[in-house]
Design a binder for this molecule. Structure first.
Ligand code: XMP
Ligand code: MG
Length: 180
């Protein structure tokens, strides 16, 4: 698996350092507002990032997960299919959504709209990665770990055909892997 990687974009050490910084910043912001959010990870890509991030929170946090697919094509923006729902109630609660990467922004637009419809009072987003050059929807994460170029990346939760999620860093695969 490691042999399939052409280059490492973000190392494990850089990710860990960034998670600590993000967690401190996020916690300070919520403390200022006097809020405790439900931390919701979008499956499957957010799992390693969320695990690393929440280690550094010192508030009593509640976590949950959901799996969604956002529609593409002719359907209106903001539609989202829930493949697996969370178990906690979002009504009247602030939400901190955890994403692996923001690409076009479609997923984020849809999921934010869904949480508002489900009665969340506030929805903030933390994403490990951001690909700003690919954005087609006018939306950004509130907290971003790293900006990456327009290349397909894997590792730390991100997959290619469901593989490579367990790599402890963010990398780019050798071209022949994508061509096979
Ligand atoms: P949108 O376009 O909705 O996309 O912002 C977000 C989702 O697209 C996937 N994605 C990637 N997955 N490497 C991946 O493994 C990438 O480089 C990549 N770019 C986008 C990902 O599922 C993300 O949640
Ligand atoms: Mg994803």
């Amino acid at each position: 698996m490691q042999d399939d990687v052409a280059k490492v974009l973000v190392s494990e050490e850089e990710i860990e350092k960034k998670c600590k910084e993000l967690a401190q910043q996020i916690e300070a912001d919520y403390q200022k507002k006097g809020q405790v959010p439900i931390i919701v990870g979008l499956l499957k890509g957010s799992v390693p990032f969320m695990a690393e991030l929440i280690k550094y929170f010192t508030f009593d946090c509640e976590i949950d997960f959901m799996k969604v697919s956002s529609y593409e094509g002719t359907r209106s923006i903001g539609d989202v299919r829930i493949d697996m729902d969370m178990t906690l109630s979002t009504k009247g609660r602030p939400i901190l959504l955890v994403e692996d990467i923001i690409d076009t922004g479609r997923t984020l637009v849809s999921v934010k709209k869904m949480f508002k419809n489900k009665g969340a009072t506030d929805v903030k987003v933390v994403s490990l990665l951001d690909k700003p050059s690919r954005r087609t929807f006018d939306i950004n994460a509130d907290y971003v770990g790293f900006s990456v170029p327009d290349e397909f990346v894997v590792g730390y939760g991100l997959d290619y055909n469901q593989k490579y999620r367990n790599l402890p860093y963010i990398g780019v695969l050798k071209p022949e892997i994508y061509e096979d």
